[in-house]
Design a protein around this ligand. Structure first.
Ligand code: PMP
Length: 280
């Protein structure tokens, strides 16, 4: 099926109605469009079941308050809308995006669903190669911790990385510490202990990040949230990246310099296995 065909059949939910994506009409005068005044969540569904559904909805609901936006429905009815949109698209393995944005009358809502093509097992074995982005995160800016529709910093960082042939870009904050990557959180491993940039570094409060921190604590590992540099990463025994779509992806090189020299592949595999076992 061509992309065009797929898109013309794609069913979305927009402000109270299920529509074909091609039939959607939006106002150009809304603050959501004019100022990027909005929020989104990207969630993965395995076998039709949305993973960490509650956590994603809580995050966007809390963020609405911080942006002076009204959460448009109850959590229960938003859940029903998303599940229905997923079911109407007829795929079992998908990613679904909930977008809320400020409009004159309150909050507009859009739910979209796309078939998800996971990275291959080979890619998980090989891991991601990364570069250091030329874009910096402002760690003092509280929007940097939220998943807003103001996502240009991350998109530009990713485009810059992909143009150079890398999978991901690491973004430093203004103090020179690593904040996160353009679409994932970062973890380092050293001497079997786990390290990740703290939220104060300006990273998104990732759902998968939280799950990994809880997993590590439950398995009696020492966990540190703090400030970490590129030098710390290069000296680590291993590293990985996390997000809701890919789960846990080993990070194996930075600017073509190998990280960890396979010292803790076993530990990373342990996290991948544990993480996957939580919902599969
Ligand atoms: N940081 C950024 C910039 C992201 O876009 C994402 C993906 N949402 C993450 C971290 C990981 O967040 P989560 O685990 O909630 O998907």
């Amino acid at each position: 099926m061509s992309i065009q065909n797929f898109q013309s059949k794609e069913i979305i939910f927009l402000n109270g109605k299920f529509l074909k994506a091609s039939q959607a009409r939006l106002s150009v005068l809304e603050p959501g469009f004019l100022y990027g005044w909005g929020l989104f969540e990207t969630m993965r569904a395995y076998n039709g079941k949305i993973v960490y559904f509650e956590q994603h909805l809580q995050r966007i609901k809390n963020s609405c308050r911080l942006l002076g936006m009204v959460f448009p429905h109850s959590l229960v009815s938003i859940k029903k809308i998303i599940k229905k949109t997923v079911a109407k698209n007829g795929f079992r393995d998908v990613y679904t995006r909930l977008t809320l944005w400020k409009c004159e009358k309150g909050t507009d809502i859009l739910v979209t669903v796309r078939k998800y093509k996971p990275y291959s097992i080979g890619k998980y074995r090989k891991g991601f190669c990364t570069c250091v982005s030329s874009f910096r995160q402002n760690d003092n800016f509280y929007l940097s911790r939220l998943k807003t529709t103001n996502y240009l910093l991350y998109r530009l960082a990713l485009r810059e990385a992909e143009k150079k042939g890398f999978d991901e870009a690491l973004i430093l904050n203004q103090k020179g510490y690593i904040a996160e990557a353009s679409r994932s959180n970062l973890f380092l491993i050293k001497d079997k202990e786990i390290f990740t940039p703290s939220l104060e570094c300006g990273c998104l409060n990732g759902i998968t990040r939280r799950v990994v921190l809880d997993l590590a604590k439950k398995n009696n590992m020492k966990v540190y949230e703090g400030n970490f540099t590129i030098e710390n990463l290069l000296a680590a025994d291993g590293a990985f990246l996390t997000n809701s779509l890919m789960g846990i992806m080993p990070l194996t090189s930075l600017e073509k310099i190998a990280i960890g020299k396979n010292k803790c592949l076993g530990l990373i595999k342990f996290f991948i296995k544990k993480y996957n076992s939580l919902f599969r």
